[in-house]
Design a binder for this molecule. Structure first.
Ligand SMILES: CC(C)(COP(=O)(O)OP(=O)(O)OC[C@H]1O[C@@H](n2cnc3c(N)ncnc32)[C@H](O)[C@@H]1OP(=O)(O)O)[C@@H](O)C(=O)NCCC(=O)NCCS
Length: 153
């Protein structure tokens, strides 16, 4: 969908190992997949309090059809499903230049350290930005350090 480039998400420099997503949401145009968002449920702790989040990853729109609302559309489909799964928030990692785009879509950046697991090195601080969005009207992200008990997604 994103062509043959070896770093379609622009995150290779971070050198991270990522989890495959478990559920996939897509938009097809004339039968061709042109937009995708992946979802999976993950264990997390915020200031030691254990909970779960819906992790969002693999958000991508084919180069020829960007800027037409397809990321908004495919994320809305993924989050509609995420709302049925139980966790009170969805969480994603992105490059800093994408923070304004996700803000526009209702996501908020976290200003705390986020620890994630990595093969060989145990627990590392996520070098990308972490953003969250509520999945229920009354959900408020609590303050405190965030620890993901998995690879990032
Ligand atoms: C990031 C990406 C998914 C965006 O896809 P897209 O289809 O162009 O996004 P949309 O058209 O749905 O835009 C989403 C919203 O963000 C807004 N937006 C776009 N760029 C923006 C910016 N720089 N600042 C603020 N808002 C921005 C759009 O106006 C739109 O809001 P609106 O619907 O209210 O007008 C696409 O550029 C892509 O696939 N990039 C490569 C892969 C990648 O980096 N994925 C992200 C991994 S975290």
């Amino acid at each position: 969908m994103l062509g043959s480039g070896d770093d379609p998400f622009g995150v290779a420099a971070a050198g991270l190992t990522w989890l495959p997503k478990e559920e996939h949401f897509g938009v097809r145009l004339d039968g061709r997949l042109v937009a995708h968002a992946g979802l999976l449920r993950l264990p997390v702790a915020v200031e030691g309090e254990e909970t779960e989040v819906m992790g969002v990853g693999g958000v991508a729109v084919a180069p020829g059809v960007r800027g037409r609302g397809l990321a908004r559309l495919v994320l809305a489909a993924a989050l509609d499903h995420a709302r049925t799964q139980g966790p009170r928030h969805a969480l994603l990692f992105c490059r800093p230049p994408l923070v304004p785009l996700y803000r526009r879509l209702g996501w908020h950046p976290l200003d705390t350290d986020v620890l994630v697991e990595q093969p060989g090195s145990g627990v590392v601080t996520m070098p990308l930005r972490t953003m969250v969005t509520p999945l229920r009207d009354d959900a408020r992200w609590p303050p405190g350090r965030v620890r993901l008990y998995s690879l990032p997604m």
